[in-house]
Design a protein around this ligand. Structure first.
Ligand SMILES: Cc1cc2nc3c(=O)[nH]c(=O)nc-3n(C[C@H](O)[C@H](O)[C@H](O)COP(=O)(O)OP(=O)(O)OC[C@H]3O[C@@H](n4cnc5c(N)ncnc54)[C@H](O)[C@@H]3O)c2cc1C
Length: 305
């Protein structure tokens, strides 16, 4: 028997990045009425060109990935509404969400809210990210840094770990530590790895064309081909916290193998979940979550054996 289709959504997906849009496609194809709340500026829109996105051997921009994913979700009748979900509460065995001034009752929710990057305090940094001069994600694009002069800006041992990661790509790695001295506990590793350490604030930065950047501190000028920021991220986990879903000390969400949180009907996928911040991971988690949501609703409606 076909399910009745009305305009009331059954599932709310919070976030229209790769995770949220993939889940919307799956849910649409499961014939679920799905509403995607689109808070804007997904992390993926910062990607100048991704070279590790499966199926795109010559690379694809973040904007193009997102446009294709939106098209696909809309193709299967997902409704994408601009706006941020301001509040989310349990309501019987479902939820009520506040979006654009109205309360929406839904049966299940997927949080695909992502994280926000901490950019270094450099003039023109946002433009520099879009031009690949300032980079965020060595797992994504260290391959394009082979044999280049790389600077990593860090404020704690995350900077040391990123410097170590970069060393298998280039022997010209400098860690610029801008945090307090005591936050750097892995100094010995830098010597062993052959990483140059510079401590102190960055006085000035010049981002030139697309090949050489110069950082100046202590009166010296240092040139690099690219800068990696290792300043971390903040998860968009306020809605999860309000529901008392389980999170790590860093506010990343914890889920089971089907992306379910400990709140019945609440699922999470993508960067906001503890794990590797990659599109392939976000889309895989979204597929798992969407399928688990569909199965949960089928079971509630008696469509299982
Ligand atoms: C410069 C850069 C380069 C990268 N390169 C690559 C790469 O080459 N390959 C790769 O695999 N990954 C890359 N990544 C990582 C990739 O962008 C992320 O892993 C991916 O975007 C995660 O998808 P997501 O859907 O979880 O989160 P996002 O893409 O961040 O989307 C989350 C969305 O949720 C929205 N949101 C948050 N709260 C709310 C709310 N309350 N209501 C409504 N909406 C809300 C946000 O506004 C945002 O639009 C890169 C990241 C950066 C910054």
């Amino acid at each position: 028997m076909a399910q009745p289709m009305t305009h009331e959504p059954e599932v709310l997906v919070v976030g229209a990045g790769p995770a949220g849009l993939t889940a919307a496609t799956y849910l649409g194809r499961f014939r679920r009425r799905v509403l995607v709340a689109d808070g804007g500026a997904p992390r993926a829109c910062w990607i100048p060109v991704s070279h590790n996105m499966p199926g795109f051997p010559r690379g694809i921009t973040g904007d193009a990935i997102l446009a294709r994913m939106r098209d696909q979700a809309v193709e299967y009748d997902a409704v994408i509404e601009p706006g941020r979900v301001e509040a989310l509460a349990r309501d019987g065995d479902g939820f009520v969400a506040r979006l654009n001034g109205r309360d929406i009752r839904i049966r299940a929710v997927l949080l695909a809210t992502g994280v926000v990057d901490h950019h270094p305090d450099l003039p023109g940094v946002q433009d520099a990210v879009k031009r690949s001069l300032v980079r965020i994600c060595p797992i994504c694009d260290a391959y394009e840094a082979i044999d280049k002069r790389v600077a990593i800006i860090g404020k704690d041992d995350l900077g040391v770990r990123e410097a170590a990661f970069m060393r298998t790509y280039t022997d010209q790695v400098t860690l610029i530590h801008i945090g307090p001295a005591e936050a750097l506990t892995e100094r010995a590793a830098l010597d062993r790895l052959g990483v140059t350490l510079v401590e102190g604030s960055i006085d000035d930065v010049e981002l030139q064309d697309d090949y050489v950047r110069a950082l100046c501190w202590g009166g010296q000028v240092h040139a690099f081909d690219m800068i990696y920021s290792a300043l971390g991220t903040t998860p968009n986990a306020e809605l999860a916290e309000a529901l008392r879903a389980e999170t790590t000390d860093d506010d990343l969400m914890k889920t089971d193998a089907h992306q379910a949180t400990r709140i019945p009907g609440l699922y999470a996928a993508g960067d906001v979940v503890l794990g590797l911040n990659q599109i392939a991971v976000a889309t895989a988690e979204a597929a798992l979550a969407a399928t688990a949501i569909h199965n949960r609703l089928r079971e509630q409606d008696g469509w299982t054996v």
